[in-house]
Design a protein around this ligand. Structure first.
Ligand code: KG4
Ligand code: ZN
Length: 344
């Protein structure tokens, strides 16, 4: 069956068509239009500006992706939360209109669930029938610009949140440190690039809640510690070596906490697979370290393809497909954007 998926929760306007057969998914087409340039001017995403851009970009994005009469499409999936309310509404209104017009079922998808389902998406062109898929129970580390959570997924659609951040999300911490270093939004990838040449031991930044028994996280102390270090060494702020050391030591602290807490939960819960999800899953240091420890613990790790780590609609189509299989469809006349939607 073929599903059209739409994603507009933040600053990416995205649409994708997926073909599902049993447990297997193929991405027929995935389109993403980033609004980064628009928002970089403001140093962050302005919800009303994002919504306006989504509205302008949506129809050109869908043009040529699906036939105007919806022929060949069996269902429409859409992110209805969490995210920015005005931005979410554009995607939801579009999906509702198409589902009603085409008389096709509508599936509402949680954005975080979508990030986790990126692990079910194959590499472009890889349609091997024996490609391994995550096995339940899955332990998922969801690290994005808005969320940092450890989630236990017992089966399709059965989620238990084990822990979450008390304050900043991991991606948000990357973005804030980037901004302290004068790097434009979104700075996560820029801090990661800067960290490449740096010394991870140059600065001993705090690893919050590492000894704590819960699966919770906290990154605001780390962010403040970076700020104070930058203030202490104001004269060095333009020096490449110093900047790289700050970035590397900061990144190391984030990776240490994320990886150690994930593996501690894994030791307790014995998952059959671990999944890394969300925008920060693009971080090479995090991917590398998690791969090392999962190999050592003999737990299969599923890393999303780079194309499906940042916000995209293919992951929403994947989550929507499994919801559709369970008969979990929405009423197009009553579905509403829910900015604070939870995964559980
Ligand atoms: O999942 P996502 O695209 O949007 C949300 O749902 O929030 O995640 C975006 C976040 C941003 O904070 C961005 O800076 C961060 O992911 N990010 C990275 C990297 N690439 C993106 N953080 C660290 N290293 C990266 N390579
Ligand atoms: Zn996201």
């Amino acid at each position: 069956m073929r599903i059209l998926a739409i994603e507009t929760s933040c600053d990416e306007t995205a649409a994708a068509v997926l073909e599902g057969t049993g447990e297997r998914l193929a991405v027929v087409a995935s389109r993403v239009r980033s609004q980064i340039e628009t928002h970089a001017v403001y140093g962050g995403v302005i919800p009303e500006v994002a919504a306006r851009e989504h509205a302008e970009l949506m129809m050109p994005l869908l043009h040529g992706l699906v036939p105007p009469d919806g022929a060949g499409i069996d269902a429409v999936a859409v992110t209805y939360g969490p995210g920015l309310a005005p931005a979410l509404r554009v995607g939801v209104a579009t999906a509702v209109g198409l589902a009603i017009g085409w008389q096709k079922p509508l599936v509402g998808v949680c954005h975080l669930e979508g990030h986790i389902y990126a692990a079910w998406l194959p590499k472009a062109g890889d349609d091997a029938a024996d490609r391994p898929l995550p096995q339940f129970p899955v332990l998922a580390l969801v690290v994005s610009g808005g969320h940092t959570e450890l989630v236990l997924m017992k089966d399709h659609g059965e989620f238990e949140r084990l822990g979450e951040t008390h304050d900043d999300a991991a991606g948000e911490a990357f973005d804030k440190v980037a901004s302290m270093l004068g790097l434009a939004y979104p700075g996560g990838p820029k801090v990661a690039a800067l960290a490449e040449g740096g010394d991870v031991k140059a600065f001993a930044f705090p690893r919050a809640l590492l000894k704590d028994k819960t699966d919770d996280f906290s990154f605001s102390g780390l962010k403040t510690s970076v700020l104070y270090t930058l203030r202490e060494h104001e004269a060095l702020i333009e020096e490449e070596r110093f900047r790289s050391d700050i970035a590397a030591s900061f990144q190391e602290a984030v990776v240490d906490v994320l990886v150690q807490k994930t593996m501690r939960a894994a030791a307790r819960l014995a998952p059959k697979s671990i999944v890394l999800a969300g925008g920060v899953a693009a971080n090479a240091a995090l991917r590398g370290r998690l791969q090392e420890v999962c190999d050592a613990a003999a737990i299969p790790l599923f890393l999303p393809q780079f194309a499906y780590t940042l916000d995209n609609a293919a992951m929403i189509g994947a989550a929507g497909y499994f919801r559709f299989l369970r008969g979990d469809v929405a009423d197009p006349l009553s579905i509403k954007a829910n900015p604070s939607l939870d995964i559980v």
